[in-house]
Design a protein around this ligand. Sequence first.
Ligand code: G4P
Length: 283
Amino acid sequence: MSVNWFPKHMRSSEEVLRKNLKFADVIFEVLDARIPHSSRDPRIDQVIHQKPRIVVLNKCDLSDENSDRAWIEYFKRKGLMALNVNATQGEGIKRLAGTARGMVVAGKSRFKVPKDQKRAVSAMVVGIPNVGKSTIINAVAGKKKARIANKPGVTRVKQRVTTPMGLELLDTPGILWPRDDEKTLLKLAMTGAVKDELLDLESLSISLLEQLTVLAPERLRDVYGVEVAGKESHEILEEVALKRGCIQKNRGIDHLRVSCIVLGDFRKGKLGRITLEMPEDDG
Ligand code: G4P
């Protein structure tokens, strides 16, 4: 599987990010809570240097709670504050704003205190495409929806979204890029961060089922009525197809349809809250 991120945008996105960084007191580094390693730009430390930072584990409505805790501990051990957030429902957003404010205003550790302590603390959201940056900006701003492009073309530097939480956000998020190795791309694809048109959905759903038979076999049984023990993932997929009536006119299995069902159910959380990677997995 090879995914062409937006290559010509990559360099300019970094320039925009670096330009905007100086206007921010604190950075929100947004990760997908289901795949914190895979949704992370490995160059993050070089890009933002010593800026105060909060790691935001977003989409925690879809991730496993115990795993969230393990990740928060992991980042703590690395000296980083991490919080879990569900940006679509606004859960954890107040805590995020309060923590950011506290971090900067209290001037904890190495952080610079804004000269006028009464002014709003300025934050910038950074992360790879589809991790939820615009949803977070809108949630903090108390807005419904204003999609922000995953392209750095819009250089509305210094535009700020003021919020009732003593926090102002730069409205242009910083776009980062994931690694492009096979394993990372697979996880991103499973979570829906890569356009489905670019993917072989059948192999993707089979790889996902391989993980789910380990992580949530009972959910597969409950949701699809399929016994998973001792079966290969492609067999499970075919059994799900039969249960769900994914049969073609020639009576063959409709692999594409059943793959879309399994991937869709996972991405919407219908198979439960599942984290696909843990801190101890290779990062
Ligand atoms: P980006 O700016 O980083 O590119 O991401 P964006 O906010 O556009 O979010 C990408 C997708 O992730 C959107 O779904 C958005 O709704 C979803 N999302 C963001 N935060 C959360 C969250 O906390 N939980 C869940 N479950 N989903 C979240 P979409 O299907 O692309 O669009 P939409 O039609 O749902 O808006």
